[in-house]
Design a protein around this ligand. Structure first.
Ligand code: PBG
Length: 326
């Protein structure tokens, strides 16, 4: 035995001792709350597959956002849900000044100013009638460069509406460079790019599709990554950093902790991980059956994502965690 006198249990003897030697911290400031705001609804609408998560009205969004910020969460990530009638092939309602996401960003920017970090999902899938994250070519394939041009317009519209951070999540090649150039040209050199650098084509996004009323038929495997490809994930991370990403993200989180760890080891910029809808729903469902304890498991998963190397974690439990830890 290399350490015959070591008895690790000594350091587990009291809550104070355990607190003193705790290696990984989980604080509300590490967490970002993803939020959905929908057009054309009079009351907040519960998302059935995500208990406790809502499509918000503009008013209920303001209230929930203020609560999250008062609880101490690190930031808010906003997703817009337009009416089906406002969706079109190129996602125009995402760019429109009176589109629901941009309007809600202005609401929150007015309410919260710089008390929080306001982020917007910079993607087309919520806004297109076909549900893909990009613009389609004549053969129905997602066209990389046409899509990037649209992302620039989206990002500039979001920055104009008060977003401090834009989050390109569509996995187009060159999206970060295109958006950086577009933001700078529009006078938004201070707006941060949180790049969904390694985003996998995952079954864990299932409940999100209900959350945003997705119109998608088929899948996203021509742009999102194959779950088995770790080397490619690091290549994507390096490309995004090279293109000017200020923060890089791995998504989903729990099934990809090796990728989070590997990204954290090479990244000179902060690393985020997204605990996605299916990760949330799965734990809620097991807890509702009495099979696991929700709070224990939620905190354990978030701590594990931090332990793997994530500086920032997006989680639908962000406000709850802040309350639990208070
Ligand atoms: C795409 C986007 C998705 C999620 C965040 N941004 C869905 C997808 O790629 O299909 C998923 C988030 C979640 O599941 O919680 N704009």
């Amino acid at each position: 035995m290399p350490y015959p006198n070591h008895r690790p249990r000594r350091l587990r003897s009291t809550p104070a001792m355990r607190r003193l030697v705790a290696q990984t911290s989980l604080e509300p400031r590490h967490l970002v709350l993803p939020m959905f705001v929908a057009d054309g609804i009079a009351e907040p609408r519960a998302i059935e597959s995500m208990p406790g998560v809502f499509q918000h009205t503009r008013d209920s969004l303001r209230k929930a956002a203020a609560e999250a910020v008062a609880a101490g969460v690190g930031g808010l990530m906003l997703f817009g849900v337009p009416t089906d009638g406002d969706k079109d092939a190129t996602g125009s309602v995402g760019v429109a000044e009176d589109g629901i996401l941009n309007v809600a960003l202005r609401d929150l920017a007015a309410d919260l100013g710089s008390d929080t970090v306001l982020m917007a999902d910079t993607c087309l899938d919520e806004f297109t009638d076909h549900g893909h994250c990009g613009v389609l070519d004549v053969r129905g394939r997602v066209d990389n460069d046409l899509t990037n041009a649209r992302y620039v317009e989206l990002a500039v519209a979001q920055a104009n509406s008060g977003a401090h951070v834009v989050g390109p999540s569509g996995m187009m090649d060159g999206q970060v460079a295109a958006i950086r150039e577009g933001l700078d040209a529009a006078g938004h050199a201070d707006v941060v790019i949180l790049a969904y650098a390694a985003k996998f084509a995952s079954g864990f996004y299932g409940p999100f599709r209900e959350a945003v009323g997705s119109s998608l038929q088929g899948d996203r495997r021509t742009y999102q990554q194959n779950p088995g490809n770790a080397r490619e994930a690091l290549h994507e991370v390096e490309l995004d950093i090279d293109e000017g990403a200020d923060i890089i993200m791995v998504k989903p989180a729990m099934a990809y902790l090796d990728v989070v760890r590997a990204a954290a080891e090479i990244s000179p910029v902060p690393v985020a991980a997204y605990q996605v809808s299916g990760e949330y729903s799965m734990i809620c469902a097991a807890a509702a059956n009495g099979w696991i304890d929700l709070r224990t498991v939620a905190l354990e998963t978030l701590t594990s994502i931090r332990r793997a190397g994530a500086d920032i974690v997006l989680s639908y439990w962000a406000t709850d965690v802040a309350d639990w830890l208070a």
